[in-house]
Design a protein around this ligand. Structure first.
Ligand code: UP5
Ligand code: MG
Length: 199
């Protein structure tokens, strides 16, 4: 069957900016499939027999970015599976990717021509608010990186590696910035305005 080319929105922002929370709300209201790169990596870390489990565990705890070959494989597999299951599902929110130059080059190498990146939804939030949210979540999340030590590293990686990627897309006029420091509902109201405009 003739499949539609995947239409992708990259969802970026600091650790705890609310990417996952807002993606869940988008999925309830719009025809998108949510793929969190972090969730896919955590699932791969937990998968019995994974040859990358230990590597992923180390990278996540250290707030470092996993080599793109691993991440892109998980993402493209998830996209293929979604579209094979239901050919009307070709619109994706890719949450937490691309986070650095290696990610971006890997995406371009594998997905160039195969998927359209429509725009980047950027959840803009101060480091202080991001850290507070993750520490709060850390009381119950069980995430190995929701502690002060890992968070400092995650923030550093975000500032050094991910912000420049957002800036590159900004220069192409592809970034839609949302003030993510407000309440979940206030943030989502802006998300809706943005998505309704994009059609
Ligand atoms: N919360 C959310 N919105 C709120 C609001 N408006 N007001 C008050 N509270 C709000 O939210 C975080 C917490 O804040 C929750 O408790 C929520 O209730 C509350 P969430 O929606 O989970 O934020 P999110 O931005 O998704 O935070 P997350 O921690 O998932 O962001 P990260 O980008 O740090 O995590 P991710 O899972 O994407 O990546 C983890 C690690 O995986 C990376 O550090 C890296 O090591 C690795 N990784 C890669 O190597 N490559 C990849 O491509 C992706 C990940
Ligand atoms: Mg998340």
């Amino acid at each position: 069957s003739q499949m539609m080319k995947p239409q992708v929105v990259f969802v970026l922002g600091g650790p705890g900016a609310g990417k996952g929370t807002q993606c869940s709300k988008i999925v309830e209201n719009y025809n998108y499939t949510h793929l969190s790169a972090g969730d896919l990596l955590r699932a791969e870390r937990a998968r019995e027999g994974s040859e990358y489990g230990q590597l992923i565990a180390n990278y996540i705890k250290e707030g470092q970015i996993v080599p793109v070959e691993i991440t892109i494989n998980l993402l493209s597999k998830a996209m293929d599976e979604t579209m094979q299951e239901d050919d009307k599902k070709f619109r994706f929110l890719i949450d937490g990717f691309p986070r650095n130059e290696d990610n971006l080059q890997g995406w371009n190498k594998v997905m160039d021509g195969k998927a359209d990146v429509k725009f980047v939804l950027f959840f803009d939030c101060s480091n202080e608010v991001c850290i507070e949210r993750c520490l709060d979540r850390g009381k119950s999340s069980g995430r190995t990186d929701d502690n002060r030590e890992s968070l400092e590293k995650r923030i550093k990686t975000y500032l050094q590696s991910t912000r420049p990627i957002i800036e590159q897309y900004e220069k192409q006029g592809k970034v839609r910035t949302i003030d993510a420091s407000r309440s979940v509902d206030e943030v989502f109201a802006d998300v809706k305005t943005t998505l309704d405009k994009e059609g």
